[in-house]
Design a protein around this ligand. Structure first.
Ligand code: FNR
Length: 368
């Protein structure tokens, strides 16, 4: 169907599944073990209800914000998803070009199909990026990669901390044929096992010994804000704050890592409560993000009301470029924009700052 017929983010998923190779579908859609967490990511949003306010003159509403000091036209960013060329010949560049046209920030994956420099060379002037980092066992490779990214103007380093080993994504593992050429940036050095699915085959360089002791080293090699991506408890959120990083992403990696880990939105409530009790929240120098299962602006608004600065969106954008390339991503952004306008009016929120905890009823959030 023509892209104008796409009415919501779910529609892209149906089309992507029909048009991309089955190996790509298996890699993108899979989650770990029994895929309980990936389902929970969607369901958790449905346990948060709105408490809309009325008669607030919502003739003009504004959902723009800043993320780590960068302007963003929407309170969300494109989260890193690896191997874009499995699903579309132009891969991650479809995201780059759409993001440029709409003032959205793209997080570039260490395992992107398009090389980091290829993406930067295709950026519009002034376009902002974040970088997702998988830490290599060979720290020299990581140091060079990070410092190169900083030199090229990347505005935030998102270190993935929930993947010391890749989860078992059985749908992906059943697809035995691994195409090594899919990733330009594979940071080799380890034997590749070809019967473990795409994900495991490309991830053997990741260092499972990474620990809190390594954080000062990252702080010594870069001035970029450092964000830990993949926090799931209040305890680790407090450690992160005390380690002096600039933010955290409450995330279960789109359900692809530890199955039956909780959803980011549920973790958000305990994190905010714990940080507040310590006097660590609110703090403009420590931004809290959530990702997992976002398909509607209403999901985003709930997270912001509960204390998130912005949310990450993975598969929704991934499926939009699989289905329609750059045009699909632009349509996805437009749908989000239309939904923000309507939902903010109906909520009685004129700006992002009007989204306060009293706008939601999250009392059912941790009742499973
Ligand atoms: C991911 N994600 C991810 N995260 C990361 O830190 N490094 C990576 O290389 C990848 N790769 C990746 C591939 C694919 C196919 C998916 C679906 C996801 C996780 C991603 O950044 C984000 O945390 C989740 O995708 C958010 O959940 P939704 O929006 O996909 O439900």
């Amino acid at each position: 169907p023509p892209v104008e017929n796409i009415l919501n983010l779910h529609d892209f998923e149906v089309i992507a599944r029909a048009v991309i190779p089955s190996k790509a579908w298996a890699y993108y859609s899979s989650a770990s073990d029994d895929e309980i967490t990936i389902r929970e990511n969607r369901m958790a949003f449905q346990r948060v209800w709105f408490r809309p306010r009325i008669l607030r003159d919502v003739s003009s509403v504004d959902w723009s914000t800043t993320i780590l000091g960068c302007k963003s036209s929407l309170p969300l960013y494109i989260s890193a998803t690896a191997l874009g060329k499995l699903g579309h010949p132009e891969g991650e560049l479809t995201l780059t070009r759409a993001a440029a046209n709409h003032g959205v920030i793209q997080m570039i994956a260490t395992l992107a199909s398009c090389s980091f420099d290829d993406i930067m060379d295709n950026a519009a002037s002034g376009q902002e990026f974040f970088l997702q980092l998988y830490v290599n066992r060979d720290r020299e490779i990581t140091r060079k990669y990070v410092q190169h990214a900083e030199k090229r103007g990347v505005k935030g380093l998102f270190i993935t901390v929930d993947a010391p080993q890749l989860g078992r994504r059985e749908k992906d593992m059943r697809m035995k044929q691994v195409d090594d050429s899919a990733s330009a940036e594979v940071q080799k050095g380890q034997e590749v096992k070809k019967d473990q699915g795409v994900a495991r085959a490309i991830s053997s360089f990741i260092d499972p010994s990474l620990s809190w002791k390594d954080i000062p080293w990252f702080q010594s090699i870069t001035k970029m804000p450092i964000i830990l991506k993949g926090i799931s408890t209040a305890e680790d959120a407090i450690f992160a704050y005390e380690a002096g990083v600039q933010g955290i992403v409450l995330s279960n990696h789109g359900g692809r890592q530890l199955d039956t880990a909780r959803s980011g939105i549920e973790v958000l409530v305990e994190v905010i409560t714990a940080l507040r009790a310590k006097g660590y929240h609110p703090d403009p120098k420590f931004e809290i993000f959530v990702d997992g299962g976002v398909r509607r602006a209403s999901d985003v608004l709930k997270a912001i009301a509960l204390g998130a600065k912005a949310v990450g969106v993975g598969r929704a954008f991934l499926y939009s470029f699989c289905a329609y390339g750059q045009e699909g991503v632009e349509r996805a952004i437009q749908i989000f924009r239309d939904e923000f306008e309507m939902n903010m009016r109906l909520l009685g929120a004129k700006t992002i700052d009007d989204l306060v905890p009293e706008m939601v009823d999250a009392s059912a959030l941790n009742q499973h």
